[in-house]
Design a protein around this ligand. Structure first.
Ligand SMILES: *Cc1c(COP(=O)(O)O)cnc(C)c1O
Length: 425
């Protein structure tokens, strides 16, 4: 047995499934996940010393590459000054200023420790502000694992074919309406029927948890109108897309202002971090100013804040997103080319430093389209790539991520590997 396999056997004894987040377990692709001990730039290294060009990027945060010296230095410097104070700090204010300056729709923001916390708090805030009960979400969109949002969710929940979770009482989700992503008529009908009771609509404007499915501009525009008309708050969950698809997230690309934005992943630079923010008048409903309670012992942790600020510094350099987008395009177009040559039904899409690969003929626009992709082919492709030192997300329902640390040579190596992998799928 390799050190890697031994290591995972040991993990399974004391951690359910051997993992601290389900999709890491290789449940849908089969096999044993790599236990990673080190990372640098575009690469991660397992316990046996094997290196992999990494397109998971810790599921999104590592946009500047792994262990970027500037980010690591910021973390070390911050740590020298103390790990947590549980008081106001200057760094958290700087980060809040950065976020509110970036997103015009965000006048105030509160920092939390994960994306799950951000979306859970945003929902509570929307209900507290509107004094209405219902929320609308879309099938295949993942907003973390809080009870009222874990209905027909994406990511690990999709991978395991259990769209909702045991342990979530039906009463708790009875106020959650689930609709089809990018489908206008059911959205219109739902607002006609229950629009007056809707506190909020939460959506990934570019969905990254059912593979990558880009929001239709007309659909999102109409959603904005309906929310405004009925007095429901529009929550853009940009935990994945914020600072990933462009400098102002998906809302910048579509030119749509949500009422509340949730952030995570990139803003923590690889350390635990989330945020939610919106109009001042809405945010003022939060404790201690208002009646909506929300709190966190480690919220705004100075080490996470330092990592986040250092990351934001790196990605606000001129031309950052242009170069990242070009690299990502080169990658997906090259992979498509190899699939075509091998005669494998395949297509891909990308936005900013995020990409989707689909074992089907047409880029999916709906949840149903995504479900039509060939999973067996993906699984064979995944393992053939991993065997050649390329790390993709271990599920056909996850997006991929490119970082600024991926070199031209990394892309070429990846394309050569894809050429070989398509031969076996
Ligand atoms: C990852 C993600 C979350 C959950 O964030 P965690 O930090 O894992 O709790 C929520 N929403 C979206 C869109 C995500 O991609």
């Amino acid at each position: 047995m390799s050190s890697n396999d031994l290591s995972f056997e040991r993990a399974k004894e004391v951690i359910p499934g051997g993992v601290n987040s389900p999709v890491r377990a290789f449940g849908s692709v089969g096999g044993v996940p790599k236990t990673i001990v080190r990372s640098e730039g575009s690469r991660i290294f397992d316990v046996d010393g094997n290196g992999y060009i990494d397109y998971v990027g810790s599921w999104g945060p590592m946009i500047a590459g792994h262990a970027h010296p500037q980010i690591v230095k910021a973390v070390k410097d911050a740590a020298d000054g103390g790990l947590s104070f549980g008081t106001p700090t200057p760094g958290e204010v700087t980060l809040a200023e950065r976020l509110t300056a970036t997103f015009p729709a965000m006048e105030q923001v509160r920092l939390v420790s994960s994306g799950t916390e951000a979306t859970m708090s945003a929902i509570r805030l929307a209900r507290g502000y509107t004094e209405k009960p219902k929320i609308i979400k879309f099938e295949g969109c993942y907003h973390g694992h809080s009870d009222s949002l874990l209905v027909k969710a994406g990511s690990g929940a999709l991978t395991f074919g259990t769209p909702s979770s045991a342990g979530v009482p039906p009463d708790l989700v009875s106020q959650t309406v689930v609709l089809d992503y990018n489908i206008l008529n059911t959205l219109e009908e739902t607002f006609d029927n229950v629009g007056k009771d809707v506190a909020a609509v939460i959506i990934e404007p570019i969905a990254g948890n059912m593979n990558l499915v880009q929001g239709n501009a007309k659909f999102l525009g109409r959603l904005r109108e309906l929310c405004s008309h009925y007095g429901a708050l529009l929550i853009f969950d940009e935990v994945m897309t914020g600072f990933r698809v462009g400098p102002q997230g998906a809302q910048g690309l579509y030119g749509i202002e949500p009422d509340i934005t949730t952030l995570g992943k990139v803003i923590g630079g690889g350390l635990p971090m989330g945020a939610f923010g919106g109009r001042r008048e809405v945010m003022q409903k939060l404790a201690p100013m208002g009646p909506v309670y929300q709190a966190g012992t480690l919220s705004g942790n100075p080490i996470s804040v330092a990592a986040g600020l250092a990351t934001l510094d790196l990605i606000s350099e001129d031309g950052f997103f242009e170069s990242l987008t070009n690299k990502t395009r080169e990658l997906v177009e090259g992979i498509e080319e190899h699939a075509k040559r091998a005669g494998v039904p395949f297509c891909a899409s990308h936005v900013g430093g995020m990409f989707g690969m689909y074992f089907t003929d047409r880029v999916p626009e709906t949840y149903e389209d995504v479900m039509g992709c060939n999973r067996e082919r993906f699984n064979r492709f995944f393992h053939a790539m991993l065997d050649q030192g390329i790390n993709l997300a271990p599920s056909a329902f996850e997006a991929g991520f490119v970082s600024s640390a991926h070199s031209e040579q990394d892309i070429r190596t990846t394309l050569d590997a894809a050429g070989e992998a398509f031969k076996v799928c």
